[in-house]
Design a binder for this molecule. Structure first.
Ligand SMILES: Cc1ncc(COP(=O)(O)O)c(C=O)c1O
Length: 407
C-alpha cells in the first residue's frame, strides 16, 4: 500500500509548545489523570473572561459580517489600527499598509512565505516564540538564532547579532515584550538594533502582541517608531490584551521604506488574497477594542491578578534550591534556569516529561523555544495564586531529590 508521509517542507519545522510532551499530557488526561497545563498562554481556561462589551458587539455584528471582507480587512478596523500605530509613534502607515489576520500567527507565516527564497536567512531570537523559527523554516529560509542574554535581563546581545549578519540575511525578528522571557526592551537597545538593520538593509519584524501587558509603570516603545529608513512589519492583536485568543484576531502594519519593498508587498497582497480574508466578525471588534482600555489594564497594576501572580511566581521560583529566574516585566511567562549539574540534566524535554509523569504538571522545556542548553523551561503564570502555589510546592518536592537518569 502507498504510504503518505508529511511533506519534506515540514522537516525541521517544530512547535514544541504543542509537541510530544503535550501529547503525553493529553494521553494522561484521556486515562483519567488530572494535569495542570502551564504550557500555553491561553487566558480563557484560567478564568480570564473577555469583556462583555466585546461579546455583545460581536453578537450584534454577526448578521452584518456574514460575507467576506476586503482581503486586508474591514476599512473601519484598519482605520483604527492606523490610529493605534500613530499613537505609538509609528509614522506613515496608511490603510493599505495594514493586513488583518486570523491571529498574529497567520500573518507571521504569511510574512515569511512572501519573502524568503531557499538559503535566505532571518535573525530570530533565542529563546524565541517558536512560531517564528517554524515559519522561517517552512518558507525555505534559515533561522539564525541570536542570543538574548539572561545576565543582562534577557536583552538581545548586539555583538552576537552583528556576528550573525551575512549577505543572505534579509530580516531580524524582535519580540518585545518577549515571550518566553517576559523581558521589555529599552529604547536605547532598540535604537542599536535599528542601526544594525539600517546599515545592513534588513527588514524588521516586530512582534508586539504583549505591548499592553507591561508592568511596573514601564512604557513600551515600538521599534518601528524609531526608523523610517528600513521596512518594519509590526504585529499586534487582541488575543492577549482583550482576552479573546479564540476569536483569532490580529494584524500587521507596514511602515518605513516601502518603496524598495514593492515586490515583497505584491507578494503579501497575493497571499492575503489567497486566504480571502480573516474572520470578519472578529475584525469588527478591532475599532471598539482599540478605543477602550485593554481588559488587562487593571490586572497588570499592583493588586491586579496578573501583577500579583507575577510577584508570586517570581518569588516561588527563586525560593527553590537549584532554580532561579529573572523577573518578568511584561506578558505572563517566566523562564527559569535550572542548575543542570545539581540535577544532572542532559535533556530538557526528558526533564519536562519526568515532571509531567511524576507531578502531573505540564510546561514547555527551553529547547521548545530554541534555547540550546538544556537548562531552562517556561512557566505560564496565568493560574490563580492558589494553583500556582500548589504547582510550585510540587516542583520543590520533585527537585529535592531529582537526578536525571537516562532511559
Ligand atoms: C510572541 C507571540 N507572538 C504571536 C503569538 C500568536 O498570537 P495570536 O493569537 O494572535 O495568533 C503569540 C501567542 O502566544 C505570542 O506569544
Amino acid at each position: 500500500m502507498r504510504k503518505f508521509e508529511k511533506s519534506v517542507k515540514l522537516n525541521n519545522v517544530c512547535y514544541d509548545i504543542r509537541g510530544p510532551v503535550m501529547d503525553e499530557a493529553n494521553r494522561m488526561v484521556r486515562n483519567g489523570e488530572t494535569v495542570l497545563k502551564l504550557n500555553i498562554g491561553n487566558p480563557a481556561p484560567f478564568g480570564f473572561r473577555a469583556p462583555d462589551e466585546l461579546i455583545e458587539k460581536m453578537s450584534g455584528n454577526l448578521t452584518s459580517t456574514e460575507g467576506y471582507s476586503d482581503s486586508k480587512g474591514l476599512f473601519s478596523a484598519r482605520e483604527a489600527i492606523v490610529e493605534y500605530d500613530k499613537k505609538k509613534g509609528i509614522e506613515g502607515v496608511t490603510i493599505d499598509d495594514v493586513y488583518t489576520g486570523n491571529g498574529v500567527s497567520e500573518l507571521i507565516t504569511m510574512s515569511m512565505q512572501g519573502l524568503l527564497d531557499y538559503g535566505d536567512e532571518v535573525l530570530v531570537p533565542a529563546p524565541d516564540y517558536p512560531l517564528w523559527t517554524a515559519s522561517v523554516t517552512l518558507a525555505g529560509g534559515t533561522a539564525v538564532h541570536y542570543i538574548c542574554d539572561e545576565e543582562a535581563e534577557w536583552f538581545p546581545d548586539i555583538n552576537d547579532i552583528k556576528k550573525k549578519i551575512t549577505p543572505r540575511t534579509k530580516g531580524i525578528v524582535v519580540i518585545n515584550p518577549n515571550n518566553p522571557t517576559g523581558a521589555l526592551y529599552p529604547k536605547e537597545l532598540l535604537m542599536e538594533i535599528v542601526k544594525l538593520a539600517e546599515e545592513n538593509d534588513l527588514i524588521i519584524f516586530a512582534d508586539e502582541i504583549y505591548d499592553r501587558l507591561v508592568m511596573d509603570g514601564a512604557v513600551h516603545t515600538s521599534i518601528a517608531s524609531l526608523t523610517d529608513k528600513c521596512l518594519c512589519l509590526t504585529f499586534n492583536g487582541l488575543s492577549k490584551s482583550h482576552l479573546i485568543a479564540g476569536y483569532r484576531v490580529g494584524w500587521v502594519s507596514l511602515s518605513g521604506d516601502k518603496e524598495n519593498a514593492r515586490g515583497y508587498i505584491e507578494g503579501l497582497n497575493l497571499l492575503s488574497s489567497m486566504r480571502l480574508c480573516s474572520n470578519v466578525p472578529a475584525q469588527s471588534l478591532i475599532a471598539s477594542a482599540l478605543s477602550m482600555s485593554a481588559e488587562t489594564d487593571k490586572m497588570i497594576q499592583p493588586g491586579g491578578r496578573v501583577y500579583e501572580q507575577r510577584e508570586f511566581i517570581y518569588k516561588a521560583v527563586n525560593d527553590i534550591p537549584g532554580m532561579s529566574a529573572v523577573k518578568p516585566k511584561a506578558a505572563f511567562y517566566i523562564f527559569p534556569k535550572l542548575d543542570v549539574k545539581r540535577f544532572n540534566i542532559k535533556d530538557d524535554e526528558k526533564f519536562a516529561l519526568d515532571v509531567l509523569r511524576e507531578k502531573k504538571i505540564l510546561f514547555t522545556h527551553g529547547g521548545g523555544f530554541h534555547w540550546e542548553v538544556p537548562d531552562h523551561f517556561r512557566i505560564v503564570y496565568l493560574p490563580e495564586i492558589s494553583v500556582l502555589s500548589e504547582a510550585m510546592t510540587k516542583m520543590k518536592e520533585f527537585l529535592a531529590d531529582y537526578r536525571q537518569v537516562e532511559y
